[in-house]
Write a protein that binds this ligand. Sequence first.
Ligand code: HEC
Ligand code: HEC
Length: 301
Amino acid sequence: MKRWIKIAAIATAGLAAAAAATLALGSVAADSKMQRKVHVDVRPIALLQDAASVQRGRYLFNSRGCTECHGADGAGREFINDGKGMVVHAPNITTGPGGVVAAYRAEDWVRTIRHGVKPDGRPAFIMPSEDYARMTDEDLTALVAYVRQMPGVTGRGADMQVPALVKALYAFGLVQDAAEKIDHAMPPPAPVPEDVSLAHGAYVANMCIGCHGAHLSGGRIPGAPPEWPAAANLTPGEGSAMKAYANAAQFQQMLRTGKRPDGSTVSTVMPFASLKELNEVDAQALYLYLANVAPRPAGQR
Ligand code: HEC
Ligand code: HEC
């Protein structure tokens, strides 16, 4: 072998070994990061059972994404399986066999949903609690009222197989869990009237930030499987996806059908099973808000 080829081969092998070592270290560090305890001061909510709370809670459960991962019956489902080793199954959140909430107290519901921290103090890894951290006490109370009255069904706990690369990115802070992203000291927002207003639109848009970014300008979703497309820019800035929607009706049509006005299909990474449930007022307020949010170029998260 020519000398330089040999050197190159040794260097390449060295780099590969270094990369493998980094991944292995990252994996170990990620496991300990997932086991860390996160302390949050939790403001408990009332556990209600009245019909109005349950009805509002059903709407929130169906329209805010919970069903995508936990299923309409709460039994939990596999919502990521990219065929290349990334598999994520959300847990059963009913009191049936295999459920994880049987011993939940009021503060546990708040800690998990609003703070992304499980009752034992460990962070939820995948659940996008940053989307729910700004829920009003009233809505959180209603959501919990609905979930608690769901009939117990059989399911199982969470199951997560995550590629070493994603784990390494998590260990080194490039992929964050919800508990890291949430400002735990932030008081819950005061309720705003449910009407077609900027304030209400901003409230509904909270459920889009996990994927579209805190500033809604989109970009690659950290930690997502590589074949997922980048989330679109929802602001009026450069590369805005909202240009395709001339009015709120067209926008709601896309949320309901998964199709753009030109008939093409939006990626099903978008949680259409939930988005199609958004009522007229929520969808119209969202459209109004997105037209007025601070413009940013695409991909600035
Ligand atoms: C993108 C998928 C996803 C969405 C959306 C989602 N969850 Fe989860 N949820 C999970 C996963 C995965 C876990 C397991 C914990 C983790 O992330 O490590 C979980 C855990 C939970 C737990 C149990 C935590 C424990 O182990 O004690 C509850 C309760 C829960 N989710 C409720 C909800 C509710 C209510 C909603 C809607 C407001 C929701 N989730 C939305 C994926 C999701
Ligand atoms: C689970 C992640 C996820 C969530 C939650 C999510 N989106 Fe998306 N969204 C995406 C991805 C990924 C794309 C890019 C789809 C594509 O390129 O086909 C997208 C694209 C879009 C588009 C562009 C559609 C087009 O014409 O190309 C709009 C508008 C949009 N999302 C609005 C929203 C709104 C509003 C919310 C919250 C109510 C939301 N999304 C929640 C992942 C998400």
